[in-house]
Design a protein around this ligand. Structure first.
Ligand code: PSV
Ligand code: MN
Length: 406
């Protein structure tokens, strides 16, 4: 049945001028990093529900992440968050990852959980607090060296709640100073990926509130600094794919934190709320991947696709599998856009034909394609079902309740 469905799919796509073998090769090359914190308990300011079977330490988080990779073939690296994932021996953590067929991905400094940071970390008016925050950034560079990580993923909760609370321009200068000191500590192969977010936990102003501010910092720092787009960090209605296209064109898009939001930074399963947005993001990336400028093609090749989610009510491992599969699905659909057709419609200034050429790919059922690709990759055609039928959900119950939070 699958074979017949795939044969029909292939015939249809070839008739549309799509190189299906190339699409399959691209799908096999897709890599999505999962976050260690997505395997732990998390919650809202109202309640964190503790689940049975949640990993008790960073080593067990990696074991859960290995299940996601084993079943999808797409997730060989895991981002860590420090100090949530602080261990005595990072080489041991790295070795554990490698034994599981994984690597440690982006290192995320955490500058938002200590009392001293209530009024800011790197932008705090107290030089002692700023020094402590910078020391943590530098510690994370050292950790990245030990874990073999390339990317330092930076998000700052810094901001204020009230007009007049702080000097906004001084804080801008302190942010740059901190980032510059960190930048100097990088080895040539490392990158700083600078995230932005327009509000929360601060509600009046955030020191890096939008992509323009992150971009400005990245430009001032140099080529090893780029912008990280967290899809949940925009006001409703923001055209995220436009930001993506703009940053790619400036060779400053470093990576993504994928998740879904309905209202704000809801951190829901990616693709659950607005899969079309994800598809349109991939459309911009795929169209740039064929650019004549090698610098743009290189930017696209180096984009780090990462998931940043909190699973408050849903079981963590299947939620992560669902997220990864949703990303894969939208990427597959975007690969089916006939870019020549779009270009011809744009050339003719035919608005409806251009919109149709893009949307039509979104409407294609890619199930037969994904089944074929998974078969060729040697992973289950239905990774979610394979997980639920495996012994792993039972096995982890022995961990009991009260595992790691985030
Ligand atoms: C902040 O909302 C964020 O998106 C940052 O990436 C953090 O590191 C992550 O979520 C976890 O809190
Ligand atoms: Mn994020």
């Amino acid at each position: 049945m699958t074979d017949r469905a795939y044969a029909w799919f292939e015939e249809q796509q070839k008739a549309r001028g799509i190189d299906v073998e190339q699409v399959k090769a691209k799908l096999k090359a897709l890599r999505i990093e999962t976050p260690s914190w997505g395997y732990g308990d998390s919650g809202t300011r109202f309640k964190t529900f503790q689940k049975v079977g949640v990993p008790r330490n960073p080593f067990e988080k990696l074991e859960d992440a290995a299940q996601v990779h084993r079943l999808t073939g797409l997730c060989p690296s895991v981002a860590i968050h420090i100090p949530w994932d602080k261990v005595d021996d990072y080489r041991a953590l790295r070795a554990h990852a490698e034994n599981l067929g994984l690597s440690i991905g982006a290192v995320n400094p955490n500058l938002f959980q200590e009392d001293e940071y209530m009024l800011g970390s790197v932008c705090n008016a107290d030089p002692a607090v700023r020094r402590k925050a910078i020391a943590h950034l530098l510690e994370c560079v050292d950790i990245a060296k030990e874990t073999g990580s390339r990317d330092l993923s930076l998000w700052f909760a810094d901001g204020t709640n009230y007009p007049g609370q702080a000097d906004l321009r001084k804080r801008k200068g302190w942010m740059l100073e901190a980032l510059q000191e960190m930048y100097k500590a990088l080895t040539p192969d490392m990158r700083m990926l600078i995230e932005y977010k327009f509000f929360e936990p601060a509600f009046y102003h955030t020191d890096l509130a939008d992509w323009g501010m992150a971009f400005n910092m990245a430009c001032k720092l140099g080529p090893q600094a780029q912008v990280l787009v967290d899809t949940g960090h925009h006001a409703p209605g923001t055209n995220v794919e436009h930001i993506v296209a703009y940053l790619i064109d400036e060779k400053k898009l470093g990576g993504f934190h994928f998740n879904s939001r309905k209202y704000a930074d809801d951190d829901l399963i990616v693709g659950a709320i607005n899969p079309y947005e994800l598809f349109l993001i991939f459309y911009q990336i795929i169209s740039a991947s064929a650019d004549a400028d090698e610098g743009i093609r290189e930017t696209v090749r180096n984009i780090a696709y990462m998931i940043d989610q909190s699973h408050n009510i849903e079981p963590k491992i299947p939620a992560m599998i669902r997220s990864v599969l949703n990303v894969q699905t939208q990427y597959a659909k975007a690969l089916l856009i006939n870019l020549d057709e779009v270009a011809a419609a744009q050339e003719a200034q035919d608005v409806l034909a251009a919109e149709d050429a893009v949307r039509r790919a979104f409407e294609i059922d890619v199930t037969p394609l994904l089944h074929a690709v998974r078969e060729e990759m040697g992973v289950p055609v239905d990774p979610m079902q394979a997980y639920l039928e495996s012994s792993y959900p039972q096995k982890i119950l022995s961990r009991g309740k009260g595992g790691a939070s985030w």
